[in-house]
Design a protein around this ligand. Structure first.
Ligand code: SAH
Length: 375
């Protein structure tokens, strides 16, 4: 939280200035859309567990560039309910004889606790990340006691992370209670969230962001659409209602599985999801001479790559809607796209992460060659 102590209005002004500094050369940057209530917005709360010098159990976040745990009792950007659950767990460890894991010695069991809450459904998932799959015999009583304190918990998952790594979650999930996932609703559609699947952490602003992306795409129902870097398919599934068909492409196979499940659950039949590198997929589409009207893209912080951008230019869709969580890589990629056929028509920053220095930007590009009005 680099913007602690800075008023929200000033935070927004700074983000606007940073975004304009990077993107002004491509056109007008619309005023950033902030939150009405910029606190307690994160639907995913993660706490590392350990001990302080006196041996007391602590939970919190890592100090920057280190694995020293800074004890956090109350954080102003994290969901309140989820934080309460983490405090309850911290208080229960002693009586259940659950030791926290020590990264230096490798002793102990509990490494992290992850809580995710569906803001619209109220469903809550607790993930206990343990260093070993050997469960304490008291685990059922532990879950029972936790649910007694917090009846709103709908699922509890034990995740095994036995490796020396800074990744929070390991590969193995064992469901201790409930279905092993939660559901949430976005723009009237239902999405499944598993322990490790990507889901936007600020659901209030996600609707604003996706709403802008749809407004920019302005589809009529006749378009063939690609949702590149689609994650669990949220953007593509939302777009499918106004498109002829949608193809989503995504590297992470678990996310693809969730995306397919999400399409089925919402009874949507005009989307399909392809696992693989987005650049590779786009090259294939371009090589086969496929026609695509709209490309929606939402790459990670590192932005897109040459392969993807070049195939995008070959494929030559009428519109590109670029959703970016890093204006620096967005500026780099826009420079490539505007050198040839594309014009930047709109740029809209959205504040997805109040109190931090991150900015999200939705950008509309139009193809000069297929622009209506050009004979
Ligand atoms: N559009 C989704 C997810 C965006 S996060 C949403 O809004 O929820 C970016 C996604 O890009 C991640 O799911 C990541 O796994 C995926 N990704 C990263 N590199 C990729 C690549 N080279 N090809 C395809 N997908 C990639």
């Amino acid at each position: 939280c680099r913007y602690q102590g800075v008023s929200y209005q000033e935070q927004l002004r700074r983000k606007q200035r940073i975004t304009e500094g990077l993107l002004k050369k491509f056109g007008k940057v619309e005023p950033i859309i902030g939150m009405e209530d910029p606190y307690y917005y994160r639907n995913k709360v993660h706490a590392a567990f350990g001990r302080d010098r006196k041996g007391n159990v602590i939970s919190g976040i890592y100090e920057e560039k280190s694995h020293r745990i800074v004890s956090v009792d109350d954080c102003m950007i994290e969901d309140k309910k989820s934080q309460e659950i983490i405090r309850t767990i911290r208080g229960m460890l002693k009586s259940f004889k659950i030791k926290t894991y020590d990264e230096d010695t490798g002793y102990g069991l509990l490494r992290h606790v992850l809580v995710r809450r569906g803001f619209t459904t109220g469903q809550v998932m607790v993930v206990l990340v343990l260093a070993s799959p050997i469960l304490p015999s008291s685990k059922n009583n532990f879950v029972k006691a936790l649910r007694k304190e917090h009846p709103e918990i709908t699922t509890v998952v034990l995740n095994v992370n036995d490796r020396q790594t800074s990744m929070v979650l390991g590969d193995r999930n064992i469901v201790l209670y409930g279905p092993g996932f939660i559901k949430d609703r976005l723009m009237g559609l239902t999405f499944r969230i598993s322990p490790s699947s990507f889901y936007q952490v600020n659901p209030v602003q996600t609707e604003v962001l996706y709403g802008k992306a749809m407004e920019f795409a302005a589809m009529t129902g006749k378009e063939r659409v690609i949702d590149a870097y689609c994650g669990t398919g949220t953007i593509g599934i939302i777009a499918s209602g106004n498109a002829r068909d949608v193809i989503g492409v995504e590297l992470n196979r678990d996310a693809i599985r969730d995306a397919r499940m999400n399409a089925r659950e919402n009874k949507i039949r005009n989307v399909r999801f392809v696992p693989g590198d987005a650049g590779w997929f786009m090259e294939g589409m371009a090589a086969e001479g496929e026609k695509v009207e709209v490309v929606l893209m939402d790459p990670p912080r590192s932005g897109s790559d040459r392969k993807f951008l070049h195939s995008l230019l070959t494929l030559s869709p009428e519109k590109i809607v670029y959703v970016s969580c890093n204006p620096e890589t967005l500026a780099r990629d826009l420079a490539c796209l505007t050198k040839r056929d594309y014009l930047v028509k709109k740029m809209q920053p959205v504040d997805m992460f109040p109190l931090t220095d991150s900015v999200e930007v939705v950008c509309l590009l139009e193809n000069r060659r297929t622009r209506p009005g050009r004979a």
